[in-house]
Design a binder for this molecule. Structure first.
Ligand SMILES: [Zn+2]
Length: 126
């Protein structure tokens, strides 16, 4: 089973590398009128975001490959139980089981400006 995932991860890693290389191509700059430059800049900003997402994915894939070597691949990082096979097949670099993934996403949404200030905080702010 991990041999199959290993091949899948290697393939994904090569695809991510290839996309990063296309993003590394120089961005046209300093030509055309303002509208052209605006379009070029927006395209570039999109590439920066893509690049960050690709680099994150690359890190996850490399971490998953290391886990295969270590023999811990397919275990949920939060609870230690095996991650659902369907999830691994769809996203081989996945780190959490469905329950913990759902919980993590719920927690991420809850983070935001704190509205529950204590009286100590209010005293401190004067
Ligand atoms: Zn879990």
């Amino acid at each position: 089973m991990s041999l199959h995932h290993h091949a899948h991860l290697q393939r994904e890693l090569r695809a991510v590398d290839a996309r990063l290389k296309t993003l590394d191509a120089p961005t046209p700059d300093g030509h055309g009128d303002d509208a052209d430059r605006l379009v070029a800049r927006e395209a570039h900003e999109g590439q920066v975001l893509n690049r960050a997402a690709l680099l994150e994915r690359q890190g996850l894939i490399q971490a998953a490959l290391e886990k295969i070597t270590a023999g811990t691949y397919g275990q949920c990082e939060a609870c230690g139980y095996p991650i659902e096979a369907k999830r691994l097949a769809a996203t081989p670099e996945v780190r959490l089981c469905l329950i913990d993934q759902t919980r993590a996403e719920r927690n991420a949404r809850r983070m935001g400006p704190r509205l529950d200030m204590t009286s100590d905080d209010e005293a401190y702010l004067g």
